[in-house]
Design a protein around this ligand. Structure first.
Ligand code: NDP
Length: 333
């Protein structure tokens, strides 16, 4: 059983030496367990946080242990009455070709409802993050201006579209012209700023948001967020989802202070975790599924092939290689 372990804690940007490949025997399963063949592995920015030995909302990955995250697989052997061979399941499983899991650790997914990959993206963790952060904290109203950073990624691309469904004007911030084109032409964003080619982001935001910013969905932190904050309207809402620009920083992440801007505009800035909303997942996933089936919501995926490419795929998140949800396809269903 090929597995990928955390070989050492990265300092700054992770690289190939952060991970190593090992080969172990596949354990036999006991009563109440299933053997799962890994099909798709999700790579996510939050995993960078778990590679550091710091106190957080989840335990750090132990060095020398198998990396873990969202996985979709197929049951190939079952000693559980809940699952049979051929069932597709979702769980937090190892970066390995085969996983043994307790029947309570995985959940069945239905390929007749939506393609199985969507359970790791738009109908899964990242889609739900967009949904809860935007609707519960951002509360966009028709006619308001919503700015989203990391706009072409798994979360951002869904945030912008839900904001459009609510009737808002949507401005995205992303790292390539190709991403900007996708967001505008396929996903219905009103404006997109390419932060890598735009020399003066603050000016670009002012131009793209002539009526100011009512909601800023923050995926990236850093300079981009500092610039957006200058254009907040009174009573703006800022769901703080992530700060990917700081995840590989080795020095303290210090920027302009925002407190007086928040006071003057009486804005709300609030961090959140998708896990805070676990009791509302069923309704949210139903609503996302409904928008998908009605064609109101589109989803993008970047799928990299091959188990051995998981580390490189993960590193690619910090280089902007992905459009929409980044997944690694390990085996054919
Ligand atoms: P994405 O699919 O958005 O992938 C990451 C993207 O971030 C890249 O494609 C890249 O696009 C952009 N990026 C990378 N480095 C930088 C940088 N230095 N500055 C600006 N942009 C950068 O990932 P997700 O959608 O899965 O996650 C987005 C954010 O949401 C992350 O911060 C993540 O940690 C957070 N998150 C939070 C959750 C929560 O519960 N609070 C749950 C899930 C995600 P580009 O080409 O535009 O640079």
């Amino acid at each position: 059983n090929k597995q990928i372990i955390l070989a050492k804690r990265p300092e700054g940007m992770p690289d190939k030496d952060t991970f190593s490949f090992i080969d172990k025997e596949i354990p036999s399963i006991n009563s109440g367990e299933v053997l799962i063949h890994t099909l798709y592995v999700s790579v996510d920015p939050y995993m960078r946080g778990r590679m550091a030995d710091v106190k957080s909302y989840v335990q750090p990955f132990p060095v020398g242990e198998v990396m873990e995250g969202g996985v979709i697989g197929e049951i190939i052997e079952s000693k559980s009455s809940h699952f049979k061979k051929g069932d597709f399941v979702l769980g937090s499983l190892g970066w390995e070709l085969y996983s043994v899991a307790n029947e309570k650790a995985v959940r069945k997914i239905d390929p007749s409802v939506a393609p199985i990959t969507t359970y790791l993206g738009v109908l899964g963790m990242t889609g739900l993050t967009a949904y809860f952060g935007l609707l519960d904290i951002g509360k966009p109203q028709a006619g308001e201006t919503v700015v989203v950073s990391g706009a072409a990624g798994a979360v951002g691309s869904i945030v912008g579209q839900i904001a459009k469904i609510q009737g808002a004007r949507v401005v995205g911030i992303a790292g390539t012209d190709e991403k900007a084109q996708l967001l505008k032409e396929k996903l219905g964003f009103d404006e997109v700023i390419n932060y890598k080619t735009e020399k003066n982001i603050e000016k670009a935001i002012e131009t793209a948001c002539p009526n100011g910013v009512d909601v800023y969905f923050d995926n990236v932190g850093g300079d981009i967020s500092d610039a957006v904050m200058q254009h907040l309207n009174n009573f703006a809402r800022i769901p703080v989802c992530g700060a990917i620009s700081s995840y590989n920083k080795t020095e303290a992440d210090i920027g302009p202070r925002v407190q007086s801007k928040l006071v003057k505009t009486r804005s709300l800035m609030k961090g959140f975790l998708v896990g805070d909303y676990s009791n509302q997942v069923t309704e949210a996933a139903e609503q996302l599924g409904k928008w998908l089936s009605e064609g109101k919501l589109q989803y993008e995926e970047t799928i990299i092939e091959g188990f051995e490419n998981i580390p490189e795929a993960f590193i690619g998140l910090f280089e902007g290689t992905n459009k929409g949800k980044l997944l690694v396809k390990v085996a054919e269903p």
